[in-house]
Design a protein around this ligand. Structure first.
Ligand code: PMT
Length: 400
């Protein structure tokens, strides 16, 4: 996905062992469509050479403020002028201290002082250095000056200690950067979603499920988090990692999903039911594996509760968004479900289009009518669904 297409990112790399991860970050940024301009400090170049960054970014790597290759000798001005952001990863304690004090004694700090775009900083240092009052004072200062921090994370450190100060992984930094550019239309909102299939046990090894992959629900959870919401994702069994910034709760059956949703619901502004919840479950799951007998086997099924209907019927119901996957007559069935479940918004799709695939063709239904969206990857549709949802939420907030 070219989610950074058209963006220019100046990547500053300072002296820390996490510099080796910056090489992977350059690759990921390029894959996401960004133009990457690497600026390396002297200490950074001791960990990874400019040649590596040049090969990965396809651009000249700048290290020296006195580099005569820049015609006007003003690399500190020219490099950041058409940039969308300066991202420094890893950012050492020394770099943060120098930025906090407005020092400009090498190319990267001079460029940071002279920039007219956002400065994003991914700290990376030993836990004692991170916790030191001087570092904490400097971090507060740069945040007060408008710098955005990505991390740090806690965990194993190169020095063998464990604690806060690790640089976020390159994949997480990429996600943070993509999210940074998304308008915060859901800031201050709490969103609860369901995703994936449910699994209704027949016996200890068998069950009834369906082919929902969770891709649509996970893409929507990610888009809500990118738009600034606090997100809880109640997920049936799928093989997907939790999106960055999303709290995921794993469940198996519809009953477990219902319990997790109602646990997560207090304070929620929005509930989105993307999960393909089984309408029925075996009336009685066998305690032991059912043995083959050669005889016909009948399975008594009992209806599952409809989670979305129950949530939407509450006196304090959040803004509820339903999904409907149909095999025919999409408009009639989808709009019928929206009305029966009393939903302000529903996303309709045909099973042949949406189930398991990477892209989808959906129609949005609300009180104003139907709004078809062009076929697109689920990540793109998720952003469009969030935009529509945010518009309806904002309109609700305006007294008529
Ligand atoms: O996971 P993917 O492979 O990416 O596929 C995405 C999807 C096709 C599963 C998704 O786009 C979708 O359409 N999900 C809804 C599936 C469906 O048909 O649901 P339904 O018609 O059974 O239910 C309608 C709505 O009620 C849904 O929001 C559902 O989550 C909710 N529901 C249904 C039954 C139930 N017991 N509890 C519920 O909350």
């Amino acid at each position: 996905m070219n989610e950074l297409a058209g963006r220019k990112i100046v990547l500053g790399v300072t002296g820390g062992v996490a510099a080796y991860k910056a090489a992977e970050l350059v690759r990921l940024l390029g894959k996401a469509g960004a133009r990457v301009q690497v600026v390396l400090t002297d200490a950074g170049a001791r960990f990874v050479t400019p040649v590596t960054f040049q090969a990965l970014s396809g651009n000249t790597v700048w290290t020296d403020i006195w580099d005569p290759r820049m015609a006007n000798n003003m690399a500190h001005i020219d490099l950041s002028r058409d940039a969308d952001a300066v991202l420094v990863a890893p950012a050492s304690a020394d770099f943060i201290a120098r930025v906090a004090h407005g020092l400009a004694d090498d190319l990267l700090t001079t460029l940071c002082l002279a920039r007219d775009c956002p400065l994003l900083v991914a700290p990376a240092m030993n836990r004692q250095m991170w916790e030191h009052p001087a570092t904490q004072r400097n971090v507060r200062q740069i945040v007060d000056d408008g710098v955005t921090l990505f991390g740090p994370a806690a965990g194993d450190q190169a020095c063998g200690e464990i604690g806060m100060g690790r640089m976020e992984e390159p994949e997480t930094l990429l996600e943070n950067l993509i999210a940074y550019f998304v308008p915060k239309t859901l800031a201050g909102r709490r969103v609860v979603l369901t995703a994936g299939p449910t699994f209704e046990a027949i016996d200890p090894v068998r069950g009834i499920t369906n082919s929902s992959s969770g891709k649509m629900g996970y893409a929507l959870a990610r888009a809500c988090a990118q738009a600034g919401a606090e997100v809880v994702l109640v997920s049936g069994p799928v093989a997907l990692p939790a999106p960055v910034g999303v709290r995921r709760i794993d469940v198996r059956s519809a009953l477990e999903m219902r319990a997790a949703v109602f646990d997560a619901l207090p304070g929620a502004d929005v509930f989105i039911g993307v999960a393909a919840v089984a309408d029925y479950r075996p009336a009685q799951a066998a305690e032991h594996k059912i043995k083959k007998s050669g005889e016909t086997l009948s399975l008594a099924l009992t209806p599952n509760p409809d989670i979305l209907t129950e949530v939407a019927a509450r006196a304090d119901a959040p803004f509820c968004v339903g999904f409907a996957a149909e095999s025919r007559d999409l408009d009639a069935y989808a709009e019928g479900k929206r009305r029966n479940k009393r939903l302000p918004m529903l996303v309709g799709n045909l099973v042949g289009d949406g189930l398991g695939s990477d892209d989808n063709l959906v129609i949005l239904y609300d009180d104003a009518g139907k709004h078809p969206l062009p076929r697109a990857p689920k990540s793109v549709l998720a952003g469009q669904i969030v935009d529509h949802l945010a518009g309806l939420l904002a309109a609700r907030a305006i007294p008529s």
